[in-house]
Ligand binder design. Structure first.
Ligand code: C2E
Ligand code: MG
Ligand code: MG
Ligand code: MG
Length: 286
């Protein structure tokens, strides 16, 4: 599957005219989830000081029989609007935990991150979902992180925060995704029981050349640390950016430079090689 850009085809170009086609897309997605025709790709997250992969992020992929690859940027928002996200999240959590069992054969400390929509917090019984799946796959909650995006878009902030606190009290980690983009709000930062923030790619992409971006990123890193969070920089596409982020104090990176999102099988191969390399050669990120 491509990681980006996707062929979005007819559907996105004519989305205003083809409302019915959006509904069809959503019923196709439900079918696909039911019949395991969706897939999870995994992208590693690497510690900038040790070079070790500490975790992988699960990213959903869907190859539609007629439309080809459909980007999550296209179907996730629709799934949120139509309620299909509940089914998607259940499928993702189950698959991710199953796959973590396989990946932990390579590294028993490995963690997995799943993306959860702010709207899931109020519409999915996440506690029950995680309890069931953790038990089924015999996984310890501390190996799971939920990445939450658009926290300011929570339907009902009180219920949303309560749901997050429940997850945190079960031992799961919470990460604030896409920090610095769109709807992320500073006022939520101090209320969310998070342990990690992920700086959005839009903040990072030009730090090699733009002094102002560098100041913003450095300030965001310091703020994150001041609040007690680990700071991940996402969308790192060059060695130069990785080095700069290390100098600015970021804890971890994720991005094409380290590794593109891969299928489970491809990731197993990549991870085995990476583990070998970093144990031979300390503090090499790549
Ligand atoms: P995200 O959680 O912020 O994930 C990072 C996105 O950036 C992924 O796009 C990834 O493939 C891409 N990416 C990673 N490294 C680089 C890089 O170096 N350069 C560039 N240009 N891009 C990079 P993807 O997989 O298309 O996912 C897009 C968004 O869709 C995700 O953003 C997340 O918000 C959402 N999403 C994906 N899978 C799921 C899921 O299972 N559940 C939910 N609720 N949302 C999901
Ligand atoms: Mg994410
Ligand atoms: Mg993100
Ligand atoms: Mg995102």
């Amino acid at each position: 599957a491509p990681d980006a850009p996707f062929e979005t085809g007819i559907y996105s170009r004519k989305k205003d005219i083809y409302n019915e086609s959006r509904l069809t897309l959503m019923s196709d997605l439900r079918d696909a989830l039911q019949h395991d025709q969706t897939e999870l790709y995994y992208q590693p997250k690497c510690c900038l000081t040790t070079g070790r992969v500490v975790g992988v992020e699960a990213l959903i992929r869907w190859h539609h029989p007629e439309r080809g690859w459909v980007s999550p940027m296209e179907f996730i928002p629709l799934a949120e609007k139509t309620g299909v996200i509940r089914h998607l999240t259940r499928w993702v959590v189950n698959r991710a935990l199953r796959d973590l069992n396989i990946l932990q054969l390579l590294d028993p400390d490995l963690t997995i991150s799943v993306n959860i929509s702010a709207r899931d917090l109020t519409s999915v019984e996440l506690r029950g979902l995680f309890e069931t799946k953790l038990k089924r796959h015999e996984i310890d909650a501390r190996h799971i992180t939920v990445e939450l995006t658009e926290t300011a878009a929570m339907d009902d902030p009180n219920t949303g925060l309560k749901a997050l606190e429940t997850l945190a009290s079960m031992g799961l980690s919470v990460s604030i995704d896409d920090f610095g983009a769109g709807y992320s709000s500073l006022s939520y930062l101090k209320q969310i029981p998070a342990t990690e923030i992920k700086l959005d790619r839009s903040l990072i992409h030009d730090i090699d050349t733009n002094e102002q971006s560098r100041v913003i990123v450095e300030t965001a890193i310091n703020m994150g640390h001041g609040l007690g969070y680990k700071v991940v920089a996402e969308g790192i596409e060059s060695e130069q950016s990785a080095n700069l982020l290390r100098d600015l104090g970021a804890d971890m990176i994720q991005g094409y430079w380290l590794c593109r999102p891969k299928s489970l099988e491809e990731l197993e191969t990549w991870l085995a090689a990476h583990i070998k390399k970093t144990s031979d050669r300390h503090s090499a990120v790549r």
